[in-house]
Design a protein. Structure first.
Length: 663
C-alpha cells in the first residue's frame, strides 16, 4: 500500500506541475487575472503531493518494506533507524525524489514570498518552475521510479546501505547540496520570466538577488560539508581531489558567485543586464549538466550513481531542450537591450566585470578538465587523465588577479575613480600583506615557503582592503560608531564574504605547503615521532556495531612529551555488503589537525599507518562558513523585504533601457 500511495501522489504532483507550466502563461497571454492567480495554489499542490510521496518512501525504509525494490537494495534490518532515513537519498531513485521535493519546496517558498511581485511576473516565474518540474517528474515516472516492486519474490532482508554512506556527513551533505543546485532554478526562472516579459530592468535583479544568494549559501555549505566528509571518511587525508563529481558541484558555485556580483551591478547601476541573464541561464544549466554526469553512468567516481544509458539519454535530451530554448529566447530578447550607463576603466563596474570574467574562465577550465577525458575516450583516442596538478596550477594563476581585484574593488567608486586617491591605501595594504605573509610562517614553521608567502600576501591583501573600506566609510561620517551600525546587512554580507575568502586562502596556502604525511609500519606498543609530536600505538581492540565489526587502534599523542589526547582509528568490515572501510582518528584544534588512518594489516601483527600533520586545514572550512554567513546577511537585507516603487524605465527590450534602478 505504501508503494501505491507514493506512486499515485508522484503522478498527481506531475499533473500539478503540468498545469502550473501552462495555465498561468495562458492567463498572462489573455490578461486573465484568475488564471494567473492559479499559479500559487498549483505550486502548493505540486509541493504537497511530492511531500506525501517522499514521506511514503521514507516510511517504507523505516518499517523495512522490502517489497519496494529501492528499499530492498539500500537498507536492511540491521541498519540503524537514522541511517534508514538517510538511505532514502543514498542511491539514484530516492535521491532524485529528494531533488524533486527540494524543487517543489523552492517553488512553494517562491509562491509564498512573492506576494508583492507584479501578478504577471510572478505567474511567469512560477510557470517556469512548473516547466522544470514537468521534465523531472517525467524522468522519475519513466526511468527512475523509486516505488518499483520486488514482487512476487520479496527478500527477507535487504542488501544494506553503501558502507561509505553510513556516516553523519550523509545526513547533511546531500540535502544542502540539492538546495543549492535546485535553488539556482529560481534565478533561472526569474531571468526567463524577465525575458518573456521583455523587461530587463533593475527590478527583476533586485527580486532575484536574495533567492540567488540563498541558493549560493546552500551550495557553499554543501560543498564545504562534502569536502570535510571526504577528508575524514576516505582516509587519504585530502580535502579536495578535483574528482569529476566534485567539479560538477564546483562549476555552478563559480557561476553563482559571478551571478550574485553581476546582479548587484544590475540592481544598483542598471548595467550588465544581458550578461546577468546569461549567467543565470549558465548557472542552472551547469547544475543540470552535473546531474547528467552523476546519474548517466559516464563517470567513474566514488560519488557517482550507477545508472543505465536510458536515464543518461533522457537527462541529456532535457538539458539540450532547456539550454536551446533558453538561449533562443535570450538571443531574441537580450540582444536588443542597450544600457546608457557610463563608467571609466578605473571603476567598480570594471573591477566586478573583471572578477566575473575570471570566475567564468575558471568554470570553463574546470569544464574542459572534467569533460576532456570523456570526449577523448569516446573518440577512440585512448585514456588521458586531467588531475590535481593541472587544476592546482591553473587556479593558482587565476586566483592571483582575482584576489588583487577583490582587495581593491571595495575601495573603488562606481563610474570613475582617480587612481591617485588610492595610492596611499594600496601601498599600506601591500606593506601590511607582505610583512604578515613572511612573519606568520616563521612563527609556526620556522621555514618560509614561496608559494605559502604568495598565498598569504593575497589573503592579507583582501583582508586589509576590506578593513580599509570600512575605515573609509566610517571616516566620512561624523559619528563613527553609529556609522558602523547603520551599514546595511548587504554591506556586512559583502565584508564577511571577502573575509571568508581570505581565511580560506590562508588555510589552503598553509596546508598545501606545510603539511606532513608519513606512512609507517606500527604494531601495538610502537611509537612514531615527527617533529614535536609522538604517536604511540597503545592497543588494538575488537569492536562490534549493528552491521559491522572492526579492528580499532588506539593511539596516544604527545607533544614535547606532554600528553595532548587520544584518537581511535578503525578498519570496519560491513558484514552484509562485505566491504572494508576506514574510520579516521582526528585530534584537532584551530591551528592544526593530527590525522591517523589505518591501512592494511601486514601479517606479523603490524599495520600500515598513515599519519598527517595538517596546519590550518580547518581554516578552509571556517572560511566557507564565514562566506555562507555573509550570504545569509545579504539575503536578509531589509531592502529585499520592503515594497518599493517600480524604477522608472523609458523603454523595454524592444528599445533602449535607460533606467538605472535603485540602490
Amino acid at each position: 500500500m505504501i508503494s501505491e500511495i507514493g506512486h499515485l501522489t508522484l503522478a498527481i504532483a506531475f499533473a500539478f506541475s503540468l498545469l502550473l507550466a501552462i495555465v498561468p502563461l495562458i492567463g498572462v497571454h489573455r490578461g486573465h487575472g484568475g488564471q494567473m492567480s492559479l499559479a500559487r495554489p498549483l505550486t502548493y499542490g505540486m509541493f504537497g503531493f511530492t511531500l506525501i510521496s517522499y514521506i511514503a518512501l521514507t516510511w517504507g525504509f523505516l518499517v523495512g518494506d522490502f517489497s519496494i525494490a529501492y528499499v530492498a537494495n539500500n537498507s536492511s534490518t540491521l541498519l540503524p533507524w537514522y541511517y534508514r532515513i538517510t538511505a532514502v537519498w543514498s542511491s539514484h531513485e530516492g535521491s532524485f525524489l529528494l531533488w524533486m521535493l527540494v524543487q517543489a519546496a523552492w517553488a512553494a517558498a517562491l509562491a509564498v514570498f512573492s506576494q508583492r511581485l507584479p501578478l504577471t511576473f510572478a505567474a511567469r516565474v512560477l510557470a517556469v518552475m512548473g516547466m522544470i518540474g514537468v521534465g523531472f517528474y517525467l524522468f522519475m515516472l519513466m526511468t527512475s521510479n523509486p516505488f518499483d516492486r520486488t514482487l512476487p519474490l520479496i527478500p527477507v532482508d535487504g542488501a544494506d546501505m553503501n558502507p561509505l554512506l553510513q556516516d553523519p556527513g550523509m545526513i547533511i551533505h546531500p540535502p544542502l547540496l540539492y538546495f543549492g543546485y535546485v535553488g539556482l532554478s529560481v534565478a533561472f526562472a526569474f531571468a526567463i520570466a524577465a525575458l518573456m516579459g521583455g523587461r530587463l530592468d533593475s527590478a527583476w535583479a533586485r527580486w532575484s538577488r536574495p533567492w540567488t544568494l540563498a541558493a549560493w549559501v546552500f551550495l557553499t555549505l554543501g560543498i564545504m560539508v562534502g569536502s570535510w566528509w571526504a577528508y575524514y571518511e576516505l582516509g587519504w587525508g585530502g580535502w579536495w581531489f578535483w574528482d569529476p563529481v566534485e567539479n560538477a558541484s564546483f562549476m555552478p558555485w563559480l557561476i553563482a558567485t559571478a551571478l550574485i556580483h553581476s546582479l548587484a551591478v544590475t540592481e544598483k547601476r542598471g548595467t550588465f543586464k544581458s550578461w546577468t541573464v546569461l549567467l543565470a541561464i549558465a548557472g542552472f544549466s551547469l547544475s543540470l549538466l552535473g546531474t547528467f554526469l552523476v546519474r548517466s553512468g559516464v563517470l567513474v567516481s566514488v560519488h557517482a550513481f550507477a545508472s543505465d544509458p536510458t536515464r543518461g539519454l533522457f537527462l541529456l535530451s532535457f538539458l539540450g531542450v532547456l539550454i536551446t530554448c533558453s538561449l533562443l529566447l535570450y538571443a531574441l530578447r537580450a540582444s536588443k537591450v542597450v544600457s546608457h550607463t557610463r563608467y571609466d576603466l578605473m571603476s567598480r563596474e570594471v573591477m566586478l566585470l573583471g572578477n566575473n570574467i575570471l570566475l567564468v574562465t575558471a568554470t570553463v577550465v574546470v569544464l574542459i578538465g572534467t569533460l576532456l577525458p570523456l570526449v577523448h575516450q569516446e573518440l577512440g583516442l585512448g585514456s588521458i587523465s586531467v588531475g590535481e596538478p593541472f587544476f592546482d596550477m591553473v587556479f593558482m594563476w587565476l586566483t592571483i588577479p582575482f584576489a588583487l581585484m577583490l582587495g581593491i574593488a571595495p575601495l573603488v567608486r562606481w563610474r570613475r575613480q582617480k587612481i591617485g586617491e588610492l595610492k596611499v591605501p594600496m601601498l599600506q595594504m601591500l606593506g601590511v600583506a607582505v610583512i604578515l605573509a613572511f612573519v606568520l610562517p616563521l612563527i609556526f614553521a620556522e621555514v618560509v615557503s614561496g608559494l605559502a608567502v604568495l598565498g598569504l600576501i593575497l589573503a592579507f591583501w583582501v583582508l586589509w582592503g576590506t578593513v580599509e573600506e570600512l575605515r573609509m566609510r566610517v571616516a566620512q561620517r561624523e559619528h563613527k560608531l553609529p556609522a558602523m551600525v547603520k551599514l546595511g546587512r548587504s554591506h556586512w554580507g559583502m565584508v564577511l564574504g571577502h573575509v571568508g575568502f581570505a581565511v580560506m586562502i590562508i588555510g589552503v596556502a598553509l596546508v598545501q605547503n606545510y603539511e606532513v604525511e608519513r606512512t609507517v609500519r606500527m604494531a601495538p606498543g610502537d611509537t612514531f615521532t615527527e617533529g614535536k609530536y609522538s604517536f604511540e600505538f597503545k592497543t588494538l581492540e575488537d569492536r562490534i556495531g549493528p552491521n559491522w565489526v572492526s579492528d580499532a587502534a588506539v593511539f596516544e599523542i604527545t607533544r614535547d612529551n606532554r600528553r595532548i589526547g587520544e584518537v581511535v582509528s578503525e578498519k570496519r568490515f560491513y558484514t552484509i555488503q562485505r566491504q572494508i572501510m576506514t574510520q579516521t582518528g582526528l585530534q584537532v584544534n584551530p591551528w592544526r589537525d593530527l590525522y591517523v588512518a589505518m591501512g592494511e594489516e601486514l601479517g606479523d601483527g603490524s599495520w600500515a599507518v598513515r599519519i598527517h600533520i595538517k596546519p590550518f586545514v580547518r581554516w578552509i572550512w571556517m572560511g566557507a562558513i564565514i562566506m555562507a554567513f555573509g550570504g545569509i546577511l545579504s539575503a536578509s537585507d531589509k531592502r529585499y523585504r520592503l515594497k518599493k516603487k517600480r524604477p522608472k524605465v523609458t523603454g523595454n527590450v524592444t528599445g533602449n533601457v535607460t533606467g538605472e534602478g535603485s540602490a
